[in-house]
Design a protein around this ligand. Sequence first.
Ligand SMILES: [Fe+2]
Ligand SMILES: [Fe+2]
Length: 305
Amino acid sequence: MRANAAGPRASKQHFGIHRIDEHDLPLDATALSSELQARLASPSYTPPILPSAAVRILELSRAPNASMRELVGLFEDDAMLAARVLKTARSASFVSDPDRVRTLQDAAVRLGLKTLRDVVLDVSLNSKIFRSPVYSSAMESLFRHARAVARITKVVCRLTSVASDDAFVAGLFHDVGAVVLLHVLSETRRDSPLPVDEAWPAIMELHQAAGAQVARAWKLSHEVVGAVESHHGMAETEDARLAAALYVADTLAGELSFSAAPSPALLEPKSELMSRRARGLLELDAEQEALLRTHALEAVSGLDA
Ligand SMILES: [Fe+2]
Ligand SMILES: [Fe+2]
């Protein structure tokens, strides 16, 4: 019998007839993939609900004439969000004199809509989406990884001139399919949770498609959906450059100890072929590569603070 996610499962007592629980049978990764795919394809399946601040900032970032009043209203009632917006706007990357940013309105003007969106998503996603009572430690690893990849993807895009306003969002959501699949697993196997190590191969196999499915449902941009859907196997086309940036950022995040895998035994070796393809799409040269490592390290420093 398999142990559950939290510890060994208690045996069920039956008298006279020995009944076999289907979940007591040895795990077949193909069967688990089919089970998860069937659940995601079911008409009764609904994706997790994004926190309201995340939904609103995504709407405002798509609106051609979002007002400053609406933007500031989003975070003035949320102390944690407001503190992060002010802290980001007062950082050296945005202003030489922090005292010039006194109010949330000053901060919003300084940051601009796209950066505000990134800050709001960065703070708000952790409150709901990356949470599970069954898989809390795996969710923590995935969120830590997502935040690192979001920051490094921005660096990669800047250094390789990938013109994308969505680099941070793509990084933050790139492995959200794994998060969604863990939620599905904890719901469908509520009575006997599966250890994450056993589920991980099926989760990795399906996470790009599952991520794209929920990214569409959440109305993320077409560019983000495409990158989420293909970040482990980008095609050699011009519009695959964001997926290539994600691939490079994902690799660097792993090298800097921000891997998504819930345990070292589940770390997957990176494909040499895909690494070459991603670097080719980005036209990364040796000089940029060295610079990239330095900037990536800076980008993730302080993430664990
Ligand atoms: Fe991934
Ligand atoms: Fe990843």
